[in-house]
Design a protein around this ligand. Structure first.
Ligand SMILES: [Zn+2]
Length: 296
């Protein structure tokens, strides 16, 4: 893998991407255990404005294809990036509607009274196409952030439309959301990022409509060259509830994309095949559509 650090120009970024592509094409096929060709459904992709400056939509598709990523949930700031990818490859990209736009971002979206109207408008506009399968990824940094009027309306909207909320938060804000609407379906971004396994297990047991994606958790799952026993037990206790994610929140994550997927493949290869297949793609395919997308 090509490793870079610090700021790089868009031109240099493209050259590095091209070099990485050639390297991947020339390298022998990676050995990842019993299922080297296990397809991946990446449930945490962003294609925001900064990314579109340095990676073209066609390069994104090529990068995912090379890594066996056949489907992806994509959200972006602004939302247009997700729609660009979806229009180019509607089967591969399932858009998730992000509430961030203009000056509205992770720190203030939950307080902005225009947020529910913005989301409802976008969802209605695209309803005939049936493309949005969720709202997010959005951040809730504190349980209090989940108690606003905006969140009450967003949670109601998600239940009425039977779509997911993709939530970056610790366990407590997630619990508050389920308190607002017990019928909510939540995709827990990064499985809480730093939430300990014991707490994740408690959440999974308590909330049957909580699913979790594992971006940023792979190195912890793969601790000391083998599967972390606590993670292995958790994944095998709830194999229908976990999914793969990479989280391309910044441009360097695109450069690392192949390595992020390979890292997930390493620990997936150490799980029983049935559980690995569910976590790699079958859970997401069932929930978000594999071929023709279900309409909301
Ligand atoms: Zn996140």
């Amino acid at each position: 893998m090509i490793v870079i650090s610090g700021w790089i120009s868009p031109v240099r970024f493209r050259l590095l991407l091209l070099a990485a592509t050639l390297q991947a094409l020339l390298a022998p096929a990676p050995v990842t255990g019993a299922e080297p060709a296990l397809p991946i459904f990446d449930t945490h992709l962003h294609y925001s404005r900064e990314a579109s400056d340095v990676v073209s939509p066609r390069e994104v598709i090529a990068l995912l294809s090379r890594n066996g990523v056949l489907r992806a949930l994509v959200s972006s700031t602004p939302d247009d990036g997700s729609l660009t990818l979806h229009r180019l490859d509607p089967k591969r990209f399932v858009p998730i509607l992000r509430p961030y736009r203009g000056t509205i971002g992770s720190g203030n979206w939950h307080l902005d009274p225009k947020t529910p109207g913005y989301l409802a408008g976008r969802l209605a506009e695209r309803r005939g196409e049936g493309i949005y399968r969720g709202i997010g990824e959005f951040h809730l940094f504190d349980p209090e952030d989940a108690k606003t009027t905006v969140l009450r309306r967003v949670a109601k909207m998600a239940v009425e439309r039977d779509i997911f909320l993709h939530v970056h938060a610790g366990a407590n804000p997630v619990a508050v959301l389920f308190g607002l609407q017990p019928e909510l379906k939540i995709l827990w971004a990064h499985t809480g990022m730093v939430t300990p396994v014991s707490e994740i297990r408690r959440m999974m047991k308590r909330y049957p409509k909580l699913w979790a994606e594992l971006s940023f958790r792979g190195e912890e799952i793969m601790a000391k060259g083998g599967l972390n026993p606590a993670w292995r037990a958790l994944l095998l206790a709830y194999p229908e509830r976990f999914m793969i994610g990479t989280d391309t929140y910044a441009n360097h994550r695109w450069e690392e994309y192949g390595a992020l997927i390979q890292m997930h493949r390493r620990w997936l290869a150490l799980l029983p095949g049935d559980a690995a297949g569910k976590i790699a793609f079958r859970n997401a395919a069932r929930l978000f559509g594999w071929g023709r997308l279900p309409r909301p």
